[in-house]
Design a binder for this molecule. Sequence first.
Ligand SMILES: [Zn+2]
Length: 176
Amino acid sequence: MGKRIYPLNKIKYWYCYDINDICDLYQEFDLSDRTIFSWIRKGLSKIDDKRPFLIRGYDLKNFLGNMNKSNKCQTKFDQMFCMSCKDARNFYQNQIAIEMKNNFLSVKAICRTCKGVMNKSYKLDDFGDLKRKFNMVEKLQLSDCKTLLLKTDLQIQEKINLKQLNLIDLIDEKEK
Ligand SMILES: [Zn+2]
């Protein structure tokens, strides 16, 4: 995950781009379809759900502008760049969800200000520090945190607590 800066002047405001067009636009970065799909998941708007997906130059410019800002923004260890707030933010309830990738950690947290989901890559070596500083939770629990607070169902709560202790496998066994 390099700190890429996407030149925005390549994007024509009123053009519509499909996935391949975008890959061609930034040949120097050797983008794959998967990268573009991950942008869509992160909030890049497409015109509609019809395939092939089309993206307005305007939206692409906006999205990559934010991405550039995020890549330029030096966030502290305990902060991430929030795409909605367009600034570095602390983590809601000090919670993070870690996903182990090949050579880095993909970490998600909820923005304390707008409660939106934030992403950041950490080095594998950071795992110990992350574990010490934050509450590690399941990804599902993290994205669900707004509704979770409203749930009073003790069983759900109990299950989540057990999940945190990595005992979920045992429960799943019992439930089968
Ligand atoms: Zn935010």
